[in-house]
Design a protein around this ligand. Structure first.
Ligand code: ATP
Length: 472
């Protein structure tokens, strides 16, 4: 097998989007009606990949710890939530419209990082679509507004949540009263968030409906300005973020930390690190880690008039805890994992006896791959091979399920060469083939490795242990 030069990065996205559609990972939202910008539908394989990522996250940050409380809060929340959090007043992006073609753009995305204010940059620039003059920059609130119930007056206004975080802050008191946790402890949630992005783009990267995986981790407030106890928790989450990145198989050298400087952080944050990833379209934010202080709990206490404080049994003090927030975009993780895994090479006449041919494959980590193993009969029209392959498939499926692993597939579509290519394209790490030697000589099955294309024979009795050892 020979490695070809790396695929030009701007071609990767086009190939990836097409692979995702062709192989049943991700479809355009509402496709038969011409789509709906900024929405994507997960198809069976994309859903399996996404669920694997979610499960890895939940296991690392909730199940494997004893200081985390999971919640699944409603997407629609009382409008006061968003007044308290600052989103009604300030969750806006600078919008600029072309006077000629009326296309709209995010003013800050028209800039060339030269440090100019968005308004100055936008008014100096021409419309990227038609060259027309751009109008004034105005602030555009990105929350999706709706009305709850039959009335459409101001009191019925609600919003689709733009972040999952607030669903945790408003339940802080409930968790405190019912579970009596002692500080430090955290709340965790995975769920949908909605932002009416001015310019959704780059496939799953900037969507209008997406999922977040967030943690609000509560610590004692600092005693004074020099007390940096919170930074130990901050640093431990920093490590944990890298741990999760390794769990899902992302290339560590493509992840970069960016210390967000004063003046560029969100209004609630005293310190923020962005974890950026080398996407095919550039280095962009994948995750964020922020020290939100006591901003949110204090705001909710003030707006709701409910006492949201913590009583410390040890020191006999009552105070509002501070909060560290690691925030992960689930869809951005799916995109990063897919883009990182996308590989092209050439492969020789291994199994199919075919000439050297260009091959596209997803080098997915077994931890996230939709299928870990695919089982084939060498020939589809030989009942004896099909029956044996079905038997091997049933055993593997049952044994994998016992080990808590899903993703064993049966495939007899097309010739064996085509099946290998198809499984390569969806990132299946191992293919098991039942051939005549399996039956006539009790010679076991062949196991083919996705990345090297190499095959080895494995005795039937050793197959489960062999494969579990490789995918666990
Ligand atoms: P950006 O600057 O890229 O708009 P952000 O700083 O506004 O992102 P946060 O508010 O910190 O993002 O949201 C936390 C995480 O949610 C992000 O790190 C990202 O992974 C994810 N996320 C935010 N906006 C989107 C979006 N429009 N589509 C997909 N994922 C998103």
């Amino acid at each position: 097998m020979s490695k070809e030069p790396v695929v030009p990065q701007n071609d990767v996205m086009e190939s990836l989007v097409s692979l995702c559609k062709r192989r049943g990972f991700i479809f355009q939202g509402s496709e038969i009606y011409g789509g709906l910008a900024g929405t994507w539908d997960y198809a069976p394989l994309g859903l399996a990949l996404k669920n694997n990522i979610k499960n890895i996250w939940w296991k690392r940050f909730v199940d494997n710890r004893d200081d985390m409380y999971g919640v699944d809060a409603a997407i629609l929340m009382n409008q006061r939530t968003w007044e308290a959090s600052g989103h009604v007043g300030g969750f806006a992006d600078p919008l600029v419209e072309c006077k000629k073609c009326q296309h709209r753009f995010r003013a800050d995305q028209l800039s060339s990082d030269d440090g100019k204010a968005a308004s100055a940059v936008a008014s100096a620039k021409k419309c990227p679509d038609c060259g027309g003059a751009l109008g004034e920059v105005r602030q555009f609130n990105m929350m999706f507004k709706t009305h709850v119930g039959a009335a459409e007056d101001a009191s019925a206004v609600s919003y689709l949540r733009p972040e999952t975080a607030q669903g945790m802050f408003v339940n802080f008191k409930n968790v405190l009263d019912i579970f009596h946790p002692t500080l430090p402890f955290g709340m965790a949630q995975i769920g949908k968030a909605f932002r009416n992005e001015i310019a959704p783009r780059d496939f799953l990267f900037r969507a209008r409906e997406f999922e977040q995986m967030e943690i609000e981790y509560f610590v004692k407030p600092p005693k004074d300005a020099k007390d940096m106890e919170w930074s130990k928790v901050f640093d431990s989450f920093r490590e944990q973020v890298h741990g999760f990145i390794a769990d899902v198989g992302l290339t560590a050298s493509k992840v970069h930390e960016l210390e967000v400087p004063d003046g560029e952080r969100a209004h609630y944050s005293k310190r923020t690190i962005d974890f950026e990833f080398d996407f095919p379209f550039g280095k962009k934010e994948l995750y964020g880690l922020a020290y939100r202080t006591d901003f949110d709990l204090k705001q909710h206490a003030e707006f709701s008039k409910v006492d949201i404080s913590y009583y410390d049994e040890e020191t006999k003090e009552r105070f509002v805890p501070h909060c560290i927030e690691p925030s992960f975009g689930l869809d951005r993780t799916v995109l990063a994992v897919l883009a990182d895994a996308y590989t092209e090479d050439t492969m020789g006449s291994d199994a199919a006896g075919a000439e050297k041919e260009k091959r596209v494959f997803l080098k997915l980590s077994p931890s996230v791959a939709p299928y870990k193993v695919a089982v084939f009969p060498l020939l589809k029209n030989k009942p004896v091979l099909v029956a044996k392959a079905r038997e091997v498939f049933a055993t593997l499926k049952a044994e994998f399920a016992r080990a808590g692993i899903q993703g064993v597939a049966f495939d007899d579509n097309g010739n064996i060469g085509k099946r290998y290519r198809r499984q390569d394209e969806v990132g299946t790490p191992f293919c098991v083939t039942v051939d005549f030697d399996t039956i006539e000589k009790s010679a076991g099955v062949t196991v083919r490795d996705r990345d090297s294309g190499k095959q080895e024979r494995v005795a039937e009795g050793e197959l489960v242990g062999y494969l579990l050892g490789k995918v666990k």
